[in-house]
Write a protein that binds this ligand. Structure first.
Ligand SMILES: [Mg+2]
Length: 242
């Protein structure tokens, strides 16, 4: 028998696993919500809380295509909202406070979510693990460094958006394409739907807090859609693929 260099490893249904970072590996949205609460308090004299939050969300939605995802864009959207709500009368001191809470958000503690460490430890070495995240470059690099999870990953991709094209490119660069790749994350819109559209598996791990702009319908009909309650269930799910 002549071996052609194909090993059992290269025949496995999966070679590359992409992991989202925010609210998949560590807490993120929780800190945004705390900051938003402080922002609402800062503007309490000008409008009702719910109205302030709605206006902020509108500003964020408008600004996504200009600023992209992340804390810097969020801070600019808070300032814009403050100007709007006060019809330009917001005191400079309050603008200073908004910049301050934005900066604070950039240094929030990195709380790794349950079972992340053990799951990455179980998979690293057997699969090519790539962290795929959007957001501010500095912020994501800081969080990865502080999480202590960096050594589990073979590659890190900090991207401006997560589309099917993004996943096709990343899974081709680090493997042999989306066919033998999987994306794991808490956002149906960014992690799951586009990864499945690219041809990969999409494993949805819901987080109790998910930004409204990240929610779309679950692709329950897609053959490559999976859902697990916790990352702990991931190695077993992978083993079940064959
Ligand atoms: Mg996420």
């Amino acid at each position: 028998m002549v071996w052609t260099g194909m090993t059992s490893m290269s025949l496995r249904p999966l070679a590359v696993i992409g992991f989202d970072a925010d609210d998949t590996l560590w807490q993120n949205e929780h800190y945004y919500r705390l900051t938003e609460r402080t922002f609402v308090d800062l503007l309490a004299g000008y409008a009702e809380g719910r109205n302030i939050s709605e206006r902020l969300l509108e500003a964020e939605r408008r600004n996504l295509s200009h600023y992209g995802f992340g804390i810097k864009g969020f801070t600019l959207s808070m300032i814009e909202t403050a100007l709007e709500i006060t019809e330009g009368r917001v005191p400079a001191r309050v603008i200073g406070d908004i910049l301050g809470i934005g900066r604070e958000l950039l240094s929030h503690p990195v709380d790794t979510l349950p079972h992340v460490h053990e799951t990455l430890e179980a998979l690293t070495g057997d699969y090519f693990l790539v962290l795929i995240t959007k957001g501010d470059l500095f912020d994501q690099e800081r969080k990865l460094a502080q999480s202590g999870l960096g050594d589990f990953f073979d590659a890190v991709e900090i991207v401006s958006d997560k589309t099917a094209t993004t996943y096709r490119r990343i899974f081709s660069r680090h493997g042999d394409g989306p066919e033998r790749a999987m994306m794991v994350g808490n956002s149906l819109k960014s992690d799951i739907v586009p990864a499945i559209a690219a041809g990969a598996f999409g494993v949805f791990v819901p987080h109790e807090l998910t930004w409204v702009l990240e929610s779309v319908e679950k692709p329950v009909e897609a053959p490559r859609f999976r859902e697990i309650d916790t990352l702990r269930a991931l190695p077993e799910l992978i083993a079940s693929l064959g």
